[in-house]
Unconditional design. Structure first.
Length: 88
């Protein structure tokens, strides 16, 4: 079980939440959906670029970091995302 937590600074104000997912593969769709939904109509090309960069970092570093430290996170100027592995 992995907990996905996010905090995004949007034109409407902060968007904060968390969701538990069963696998790492289920985490990215949650992150992408929350980002797109939180920014709504203000979503632009610069958001798309940031999302692609975060997805690359997620693909390259999330699995090894979770395996070694039980946590992975990424922060940008307006977005903070943390994945935490829950041990049974």
């Amino acid at each position: 079980m992995i907990t996905v937590q996010w905090m995004m600074l949007t034109p409407k104000g902060p968007a904060v939440g968390e969701k538990d997912v069963a696998t790492l593969e289920e985490a990215w769709p949650v992150i992408e959906s929350e980002m797109r939904g939180s920014y709504g109509k203000s979503w632009g090309e610069h958001h798309e670029l940031a999302l692609r960069q975060m997805k690359n970092a997620f693909g390259n570093m999330a699995s090894p970091s979770l395996a070694e430290h039980g946590e992975w996170g990424i922060r940008t100027l307006g977005v903070s995302i943390t994945l935490t592995e829950k041990k049974p």
